[in-house]
Design a protein around this ligand. Structure first.
Ligand SMILES: [Zn+2]
Length: 341
């Protein structure tokens, strides 16, 4: 089978097409013919590497997979060859107190396909049968691969951690990112008013088409623009994943008693803030990462019902993984870039 992996960290040029032996399922496992695997910013972080990261080589990226079951171990009864599935991006031990209480994303052994173990830039993927969910029938394979990681993350941020309520105003930062595409839709489903922040006119249009009630220009002064929409008091909730100066600007338009929920720091993880503002204004800063299997089931059900829309920017052949990475790095996309092995 073919796969795309890297031996050394570096720019998109380190991605190589590889010929690897076909996998066979071990006890409790299945092998999935991967029909589509989405590219996430996570893939780029892992490809570039960070101090202390120690991965098997060659390492294969890819967290969001959809495909058809090719073979199953004799002890697997829940799935059979031919079943159309998505693969959960997250893996966990399944037996600790967090896993048993449905909080698997805080498990000490929580892992992510394509980050802590090999992922789905491959024609065949071997995984535990317990990591599979049925693919929503109404979605194509690229659509099914486009949603797990980002919608799972956004669901947990909004529904579990920040608990968005009908009628609330939500400022969604970095509105063209995959997690924001999910965030905008989930806020609308929850009955909130969405203010999307983006620095690109074309992406502003697309955010509106997804349901954003208002769009503000993140290149301009946020306080003035948001104030004109919701009043000087500010928004009830900020949906953040950009970090750096954006985080501070977003905090500046949060009302007293408001919440800021964050899952990322693509523009910088060190932020200076005035703690007096946080305690005097009784604000909450809420961390969130990935989500549980139950969170993934919740969003999958909404896709089955047609109440959430997958947003696929384009589908490229697996061999063009490097080009897909460059598209993400140059921020030329809106929605997911998907590879078809
Ligand atoms: Zn666990």
């Amino acid at each position: 089978m073919q796969a795309v992996g890297f031996q050394e960290h570096g720019d998109a040029g380190v991605l190589q097409l590889l010929d690897l032996p076909d996998p066979t399922p071990g006890a409790g496992q299945v092998v999935v013919d991967i029909r589509a695997v989405a590219v996430n910013h996570l893939d780029i972080w892992v490809r570039r590497g960070w101090p202390g990261l120690n991965l098997p080589r060659p390492f294969i990226l890819g967290s969001d997979m959809a495909g058809v079951i090719r073979s199953v171990s004799p002890d697997v009864t829940a799935w059979k060859p031919g079943d159309e599935v998505i693969v959960s991006p997250g893996t966990s031990c399944g037996v600790c107190r967090y896993c048993l209480s449905g909080e698997d994303s805080v498990c000490a052994r929580y892992g992510i396909h394509g980050e802590t173990q090999n992922g789905g830039y491959t024609q065949q993927f071997r995984t535990s049968a317990s990591h599979l969910l049925a693919k929503p029938l109404r979605l194509t394979f690229p659509e099914a691969a486009s949603f797990p990681l980002t919608f799972l993350t956004a669901w947990r941020m909004l529904m579990v951690r920040a608990q968005v309520r009908p009628g609330e105003s939500v400022l969604v930062m970095g509105a063209s990112a995959g997690v924001s595409v999910a965030g905008i839709q989930l806020c609308k489903l929850a009955g909130a008013t969405v203010i999307a922040a983006t620095g690109d006119d074309d992406k502003a249009q697309r955010a509106r088409a997804l349901g954003a009630d208002h769009v503000v220009d993140s290149r301009g002064e946020l306080k003035k623009q948001v104030g004109a929409l919701v009043g000087r008091e500010g928004v009830d909730l900020v949906f953040e994943h950009v970090g750096g100066p954006s985080f501070r600007a977003a905090l500046g338009v949060l009302r007293k008693g408001g919440r800021l929920v964050t899952c990322g720091a693509t523009s910088g993880s060190q932020v200076e803030m005035d703690l007096r503002h946080i305690f005097f204004k009784q604000q909450s800063i809420i961390g969130s990462t990935m989500g549980s299997r139950a969170d993934l089931l919740a969003v999958t059900r909404l896709f089955e019902q047609g109440r959430l829309r997958p947003v696929v920017d384009q589908v490229l052949p697996l061999a063009e993984a490097a080009r897909a990475h460059t598209l993400l790095e140059e921020r030329k996309h809106f929605g997911k870039v998907v590879l078809a092995p």
